[in-house]
Design a protein around this ligand. Structure first.
Ligand code: FE2
Length: 149
């Protein structure tokens, strides 16, 4: 996959939790700005600005996502938090390792796929499934109360 190609949002990535979906989309948007940088003419400052924005926004997003998981009593919160921590460490390493723009773009491509697409499809999806199963449980309880009344 060429490093210049953008990563596309797909509805399959939607968790049906509006606040989180919006943040995931914004992360895609920031990464795509990095891919769009012109290898010959873009400056180190432009690259740095985008990388720091991605890293900062990733931290904000993880914090919000963790608060959300906590609010719904998601049972695998601590495991999920550990995964977030690892992603932040990888990102910090990428930022502090000097390299040519082309190399950084390629590394970001791999990291973005892993931290955005794979993470959403394998980990964040569990939040969605838990939320749905919890709703089903709640519906059943509501029905029982209704029947009792
Ligand atoms: Fe997550």
């Amino acid at each position: 996959m060429p490093a210049n190609q953008s990563i596309l949002w797909d509805n399959a990535y939607s968790l049906g939790i509006q606040e989180i979906d919006i943040q995931h989309k914004k992360l895609f948007e920031i990464v795509n700005r990095l891919y769009a940088l012109d290898e010959e003419h873009s400056t180190k400052e432009e690259l740095k600005t985008i990388l720091y924005e991605f890293s900062d926004y990733m931290r904000t997003h993880f914090k919000d996502e963790e608060e959300y998981m906590n609010s719904i009593h998601f049972p695998e919160l601590s495991e999920h938090k550990n995964i977030h921590e690892t992603i932040i460490q990888h990102l910090a390493e990428l930022i502090k390792t000097p390299a040519r723009l082309g190399i950084i773009k390629t590394k970001m491509k791999v990291l973005a796929k892993h931290t955005l697409i794979d993470h959403i499809m394998h980990e964040d999806i569990k939040i969605k499934l838990f939320k749905l199963s919890d709703k089903t449980k709640q519906n059943k309880i509501d029905e029982e109360i209704f029947e009792l009344a």
